[in-house]
Write a protein that binds this ligand. Structure first.
Ligand SMILES: Nc1nc2c(ncn2[C@@H]2O[C@H](COP(=O)(O)OP(=O)(O)OP(=O)(O)O)[C@@H](O)[C@H]2O)c(=O)[nH]1
Ligand SMILES: [Mg+2]
Length: 465
């Protein structure tokens, strides 16, 4: 043990979810992890075993009585998640055993870990950079294949590697400029302005693409918001139920059945969607229904995809309110579903489809019936297709608002660099903008941090992570 290690606490926490399980795992990390666990452990002495080995033994409670049979897995400094000595104790997952185990570890010399403290230590020891640490939190929270993939990409450092590439290009840019400055008297041209411009514009493109991927990235992480809107009785609640395979919303032939927004998270393919069934749009004197309709419009305004439903046996009302509703969110992708196609002859359905397509050229128009499983599958395929399309251009997705903000700032200062090169600004002023870009990128990976920033990030983790 190094003398300064005496000041570092050894921490412990249950890392499995609260409650009863087949097994529970307690994690212990710090310079005295092995010594402390040895005090409550009957079995091979853990400070003498090899790293990355597992051992069967007995845990003693704080009174020195047998608590449980357990497996201790030992990871020695620096080859562990935190970079410190780590012991993971797997015990039977009763609440009592978990509580006693933590009490026993604390009386033997551990302190209970703060939220996110294990990951914070991994960051402090250089095992992870900040973006990778945030990737760990996203990985734990991920609930679809796409969210998992984005988190894994961040956690394994692909994203940091892309940022490092950009940083290298910035340093190249800055050094070319500095060379020019150093030799300006001699009129030696080391780099044409054209070459500098190429590097800067290439960088600007990468930065803006990454920044813009946040819209899709955030939606993938949180659940892609899809608003189901349209006039009363169009079949919106029936659609929500068909998509979820559940009786989530009340369905009836009475107009104005749904009064409030009904949310449902549904996994389709690689993505998780957050569907919102809404109150049907119509003119009404009912004050409560009017509030419901306002909420429907709000849902449409915030959605990434709007499904506008039309009852093909009564299309007129739908066509009247359609443009007004869709205009409230020009950014959203729109699917117009001509529903109840089973009630109307196909020529009439085609007629409505053509008319709608002409009125809303940005929309995808489809005819369907909420009672037809093939139509529901086709709609699901359209939904996942829309998201696939929006991420085609970018393999890396930014899913974190903090990163998106830093990327926007980096893009801004790169834009100033381009302007400076174009207008022939002096090299040292341009170099200042480049340094600013390097700074903003540094805040993402944690090359530049403040304690407040670190506290904000890591306290969002749960205890034991
Ligand atoms: N024939 C047929 N009936 C349908 C279809 N989809 C829904 N319906 C019926 O249409 C009526 C209205 O369905 P809802 O899902 O409650 O309609 P809504 O758009 O949620 O209506 P509000 O909540 O009043 O806005 C119900 O009687 C449904 O059974 C369909 O594809 N074909
Ligand atoms: Mg409804």
């Amino acid at each position: 043990m190094e003398p300064n290690e005496l000041n570092i606490d050894t921490i412990c926490a249950i890392s499995t979810p609260p409650g009863v399980g087949g097994i529970a795992v307690a994690r212990v990390s710090g310079p005295r992890a092995l010594t402390i666990v040895d005090r409550i452990w009957k079995g091979r002495r853990l400070d003498a075993v090899e790293s990355h080995t597992a051992h069967l033994g007995t845990i003693l409670d704080s009174r020195g009585e047998m608590l449980d049979q357990a497996v201790a897995t030992v990871y020695k400094c620096p080859r562990s998640f935190t970079g410190e000595d780590v012991v993971e104790l797997s015990v039977h997952g009763s609440r009592w055993i978990q509580r006693e185990l933590i009490a026993s570890l604390c009386s033997a010399g551990c302190r209970l870990a703060d939220p996110g403290e294990f990951t914070r230590r991994a960051f402090a020891s250089g095992r992870l950079d900040l973006a990778e640490a945030e990737g760990v939190a996203d990985m734990i929270a991920s609930n679809s294949r796409a969210a998992h993939r984005a988190a894994a990409c961040q956690m394994r450092g692909h994203y940091s590697a892309r940022l490092a590439e950009m940083r290298d290009r910035l340093i190249e840019l800055a050094s070319l400029l500095e060379l020019e400055l150093d030799f300006s008297e001699e009129e030696v041209e080391f780099a044409s302005r054209e070459r500098l411009m190429d590097i800067a514009t290439g960088l600007y493109d990468s930065l803006t693409r990454l920044r813009d991927s946040f819209a899709t990235g955030a939606a993938i992480k949180e659940g892609i918001p899809v608003a189901i809107v349209g006039p009363t009785n169009a079949g919106k609640s029936s659609l929500l139920n068909a998509l979820s395979g559940d009786d989530r919303a009340i369905v009836s032939d009475i107009h104005g059945t749904t009064r409030d927004v009904i949310d449902d998270l549904i996994e389709i393919g690689d993505y998780q969607f957050r569907f919102q069934d809404t109150a049907g749009l119509r003119t009404t004197s009912d004050a409560i229904e009017r509030i419901g309709i306002e909420r429907s419009i709000n849902a449409a305004t915030r959605a990434r995809i709007i499904i506008y439903m039309i009852d093909s046996s009564a299309p007129e009302a739908a066509l009247d309110s359609m443009a007004q509703t869709l205009n409230c969110n020009p950014e959203a992708s729109v699917i117009i579903a001509i529903n109840k196609a089973d009630l109307v002859d196909s020529a009439k359905v085609e007629q409505i489809k053509d008319k709608v397509a002409e009125m809303q050229p940005r929309a995808e128009v489809m005819s369907m019936s909420t009672r037809d499983a093939a139509a529901i599958d086709a709609l699901k395929a359209k939904l996942t297709g829309l998201i696939d399309q929006s991420r085609e251009s970018e393999d890396l997705l930014v899913t974190n608002a903090r990163h998106a903000q830093a990327l926007a700032q980096a893009a801004e200062s790169t834009h100033r660099t381009i302007d400076g090169l174009r207008t022939g600004l002096s090299g040292d002023l341009i170099a200042q903008d480049i340094r600013e870009t390097i700074h903003h990128l540094g805040t993402i990976t944690g090359a530049i941090t403040t304690d407040t920033l670190l506290a904000t990030i890591f306290t969002r983790f749960c205890i034991g992570k």
